[in-house]
Design a protein around this ligand. Structure first.
Ligand code: F6R
Length: 616
């Protein structure tokens, strides 16, 4: 989604903003722009395309100012174009604004402003907001700039994070937030603004995450002044220490972030378990769960809400929690849950899973569950994200920053957290015996090494296999039990980065429709570990081969039956059935990655996709 960067201090604002925008590229965008404080007039450049395209049309702005802001836009209202790119200027040219989110009532405000003589150059909702600020300043010349921003924000509804500059107030940046994230970095004699902390983590480790409904004025003279948008009440800033480094968000020698993140999984899964899984003493120590065990065990049911890859993790979470803790679990798409008037009782526990912690649908579904009295629990990767902050309790995944748009290490970290939750609940309520618990936690503990082994042993093979499927137009992914969601996830990975149509199915469902698609041109990925309905999968493979489908089988080392019938074989180490999706995910991620690379696709920023989906 859109990215915002702002700066006021002593450095060259152009360089800080442009480098910051590059760090936000992972969010997904289709145009970019920058504006700098000028003496008497803003200097501004904006263009459809990438940050490199922006640099090509703006390089002469370098070294000319110490205050400025920039934006990467992911089109919502109006096509990606130079005109619709941000910043947007007010009619008098004095106010510049960048915006992430959607102003839902922009059309009624536009009509009102048009009647007052305002004109509009773009199709965006953002241009309406910047002119509304001018309108309030024109209405009463006594109105100062931050107050006019506040008045305007009180008139709009929807979701926004904004940064605004006024030409008559050099050095002053006004920011506001409702539903879209915004962080303020506190440096020595400098301040940064960004959609997340990655643009400024190299300069400071201190940040304020602006809360919902808050705005701030930021200047070298007066520092950061935070107010409530509703009533202008002053708010004490809560300063947080940033716990990640610049190295963690750079590519570290890999060609793409996605590949780097795939190979980080031995570490990210280990980090997710670190200090929580104490194998020697047979303890799973997760503060978020530990303090609320009774709430979970007495829950009428657990509802898991999420989107995309996180929803797939939720499906595996359902299997895990039902198997080991015997608590009824339902898994819902957040976007459906929020609009279908679901039955939620105060006894329910709602678990939201979100890598970014900012997904608009998941956030809205959580708010609904909270309003109706459910206990809400978050599994997020981004620390202090909006979802993490509104939940009653939660567990971070600790996978580290995930930059590639396609989720990889966050998925396996989510599965690790869900495994620990299920085992912990099962042990506590007595549905999982001690011997089985001990055996499962030592298997869980062994996963980082098995992940490492899998990546080492499958990388080259998968790379080779991928070459044969560069021109495929369709793919089927099949799995059973715990690996049915693995099939869905494998298909999603492939379609989102390679643009090849792919479907995931429970293998037994094949007969109910998809089998009609199978011929010699249809590649079918079968996830067939030893433990987990293996015999049934053998029959499915026979049915496929009888129709000449091309089988790529993901099997355990030493497998004979499925392997002998398959066209391509990828061997993974054995583990407990319930953890097999964590291992199976790895070759599927690599397969999607290499097919996409060989097709020349932009793997880290696939077309039309955004890393953090902050609009519904
Ligand atoms: C797929 C992918 C998306 C996200 C989805 C939810 O690779 O990344 O499907 O999983 O947009 O995002 P989060 O987990 O941030 O809520």
């Amino acid at each position: 989604m859109c990215g915002i960067v702002g700066y006021t201090g002593f450095q060259d604002a152009y360089s800080v903003v442009i480098n910051g925008l590059r760090r936000l590229e992972y969010r997904g965008y289709d145009s970019a722009g920058i504006v700098l404080d000028g003496q008497g007039a803003f200097s501004m450049a904006k263009t459809k395309g990438k940050v490199d395209d922006l640099v090509a049309v703006s390089e002469e702005m370098k070294g000319k100012a110490t205050v400025g802001m920039g934006h990467t836009r992911w089109a919502t209202h109006g096509v990606p174009s130079d005109r619709n790119s941000h910043p947007h200027l007010s009619n008098n040219g004095k106010i510049a604004l960048v915006h992430n989110g959607i102003i839902e009532n922009y059309d009624t405000i536009k009509i009102m402003l048009t009647e007052k003589g305002f004109t509009f150059q773009s199709e965006t909702d953002t241009e309406v907001l910047v002119n509304l600020i001018q309108y309030f300043m024109d209405l009463n010349p006594e109105t100062d700039f931050p107050s006019a921003v506040r008045y305007a924000l009180n008139e709009v509804y929807g979701a926004y994070a904004i940064t605004v500059m006024h030409d008559d107030f050099p050095g002053l940046l006004v920011v506001g937030r409702l539903g879209s994230p915004l962080a303020i970095g506190l440096g020595e004699n400098e301040f940064f603004i960004a959609s997340d902390a990655s643009p400024f983590v190299e300069f400071t480790k201190e940040a304020i995450y602006l809360e919902e409904g808050h705005m701030a004025t930021i200047s070298m003279e007066h520092g950061v002044d935070i107010r409530s948008i509703a009533d202008n009440a002053r708010i004490e800033p809560a300063i947080q220490e940033l716990k990640f480094s610049l190295e963690q968000i750079e590519k570290g020698g890999y060609e793409h972030f996605m590949l780097k993140e795939i190979f980080e999984q031995p570490k990210s899964v280990h980090d997710t378990m670190r200090g929580r899984l104490l194998v020697d003493t047979g303890i799973i120590k997760m503060a978020g769960i530990f303090d609320h065990l009774e709430r979970f065990n007495n829950a009428g049911r657990i509802i898991i809400i999420a989107c995309g890859t996180s929803w797939h993790a939720g499906l595996i979470g359902e299997y895990l929690i039902e198997e080991f803790a015997r608590i009824n679990v339902e898994v819902e798409y957040a976007s459906e849950f929020r609009y279908r008037n679901p039955i939620i009782s105060e006894k329910d526990v709602v678990i939201a899973i979100s890598q970014s912690g900012e997904t608009a649908d998941t956030m809205a579904a959580l708010k609904l569950a909270k309003e109706r009295g459910a206990f809400i629990y978050g599994i997020c990767n981004v620390v202090d994200s909006s979802i993490a902050r509104i939940t009653d309790a939660g567990s971070y995944t600790h996978a580290g920053p995930e930059i590639g748009v396609a989720s990889t290490k966050a998925f396996t970290a989510q599965l690790t957290v869900l495994s620990m939750i299920a085992l912990k609940l099962g042990k506590h309520n007595g549905t999982l015996g001690n011997a089985e618990f001990m055996s499962l936690i030592s298997e869980l503990d062994a996963l980082p090494n098995k992940i490492e082994e899998t990546l080492e042993n499958t990388h080259e093979i998968v790379k080779e296999i991928s070459k044969d499927f560069v021109n495929s137009q369709n793919f089927l992914y099949l799995g059973r039990g715990y690996n049915y969601p693995s099939a869905l996830e494998g298909a999603l990975k492939l379609k989102e980065i390679s643009y090849i149509h792919a479907e995931g199915y429970p293998a037994a469902e094949m007969k109910h429709g998809p089998i009609a698609l199978i011929d010699e041109n249809m590649p079918i990925v079968i996830i067939a570990p030893k433990k987990g309905h293996y015999d049934k999968i053998v029959s499915n493979v026979q049915e496929i081969k009888a129709r000449k489908g091309k089988v790529i089988a993901v099997v355990n080392k030493g497998d004979v039956q499925v392997s002998s019938m398959s066209d391509y074989v990828i061997e993974i180490p054995e583990t407990s059935e319930c953890f097999s999706p964590i291992i199976a995910a790895l070759p599927l991620q690599l397969l999607a990655y290499y097919i996409a690379v060989y097709r020349g696709a932009n793997v880290d920023q696939p077309r039309n996709l955004a890393k953090s989906v902050t609009v519904e």
